[in-house]
Design a protein around this ligand. Sequence first.
Ligand SMILES: [Zn+2]
Length: 308
Amino acid sequence: MSTFDKREEGFEKKFALDEEQKFKAEARRNKLLGLWAAEQLGKSGDEAAAYAKDVVAADFEEAGDADVLRKVATELERGVAKPQLADELAKAEFSNSQNANVQKWSAYISGAVNRQDYLERALEWVSKGKDNIGEYMSRHRYDTTITELKTYFNSVIDWVSSVFLDVESEMRGLEWGRLYETYHDRPYNPSLVSKEVQRLLADPYVTNRKGIFEYILGGCVDTKLLAVRVFDEPTKRIVYAAQTEKAKASGTSNCPLCALGQDANKARIWKLNEMDADHVAAWSKGGATDLRNCQMLCKTHNQVKGNR
Ligand SMILES: [Zn+2]
């Protein structure tokens, strides 16, 4: 073999080695590209590894890199563009001041449309609570529509506006999503509801006007929601003194309900701190929170009569 032949053989070997190294480097690069793309597409573990293998295999379709890039680009567009689409749709619906419904919604939702407060409320309602929004969004990140979000939101708004015929400023910003979940299966008579809302809004003893709506939805039972004004200390002292003086003179208990009984407390004189103020005519039946409608009862009887 001539020197020239030997040199030629050496070149060929080196060329083959270079080609092999280039091939390995490209495969490695394609695998990394595949793993990165898999992550963007929300794949992990075995699914991500399988996807990376597909990307490596795609390079054999034709010479050059165009085949690999085409595969990854197409799939990223299809997969990653989706959540952006749902996100854009949601913003177009709930963060768009041009939306004709905003006026109606603003009766029930506080905040500003362009600050995305409405979008946040819509997500909070459909997720059944603020804490679940993240979980809801990750579950729906590949959605191409916002049908569920819109449908649920409209159900809440439609329900509120069908139960409460009048729009009151106190309704703005209430937890309508929670109220809908709790009460939307119950029947209501909207015209009676409307009368009750007006009556309570006009009642000076109702100190929490925002509580009126849930109070009515719950069947007008939980007066705590209304924070009805309680008797003040001077009133209690005056009533206590008058009741006690009368009781001592007649030898009966200063708790009018104990005085009616037959047990040991029949003639007991309770101390002021052993008694609580009670509405003679229940507040819920129109009784006022003033001196004439106040009586002091021992704590036991006050509890039995109930906090009205
Ligand atoms: Zn008593």
